[in-house]
Design a protein around this ligand. Structure first.
Ligand code: THU
Length: 138
């Protein structure tokens, strides 16, 4: 069984691989699968700012592309005065790919706040809200 502290330390290690020359703000994320595997990621920035990708999405895309689809928790670590939570865009992506996981927000001092993703994104845009494409093109 993987402890929250292990997941936080995996996120901290991932953070060291961040490519953040523009903001100077490095973030690491570590996602735990139902099977007990950890997939991590760090933010990767781009000179064309909108192309930057957050650590959380790198981690979940990494896991999905490795064939894992069931997740239990995600740890996020950044060097801030307060624990770092995923941004709104990442919450939407995590909701679709990982469901209502536990989100463990942390900083470099290991101050930790834990909430479920549904608390961060109480009204996600989800498939049942979508008019089916067939109807749309009628
Ligand atoms: N960032 C993340 O990777 N995750 C977050 O939860 C917040 C923001 C990154 C994006 C950008 O590279 C940098 O932090 C500053 O916004």
């Amino acid at each position: 069984m993987v402890l929250a502290s292990e997941l936080i330390s995996a996120a901290g290690k991932a953070r060291e691989k961040a490519y953040a020359p523009y903001s100077g703000y490095q973030v690491g994320a570590a996602l735990l699968t139902a099977e007990g595997n950890i997939f991590s990621g760090a933010n990767i920035e781009n000179i064309s700012s909108g192309l930057t990708i957050c650590a959380e999405r790198v981690a979940v895309f990494n896991a999905i592309n490795s064939g894992y689809y069931q997740f239990t928790s995600l740890a996020v670590v950044g060097d801030s005065a307060q624990p770092v939570f995923p941004c709104g865009a990442c919450c939407q992506v995590l909701w679709e790919l990982a469901g209502d996981i536990e989100v463990i927000a942390s900083n470099m001092q290991e101050e930790v706040l834990t909430v479920h993703l549904s608390r961060l994104l109480p009204h996600p845009f989800s498939p049942e809200k979508l008019t089916s494409p067939r109807e749309y093109f009628k």
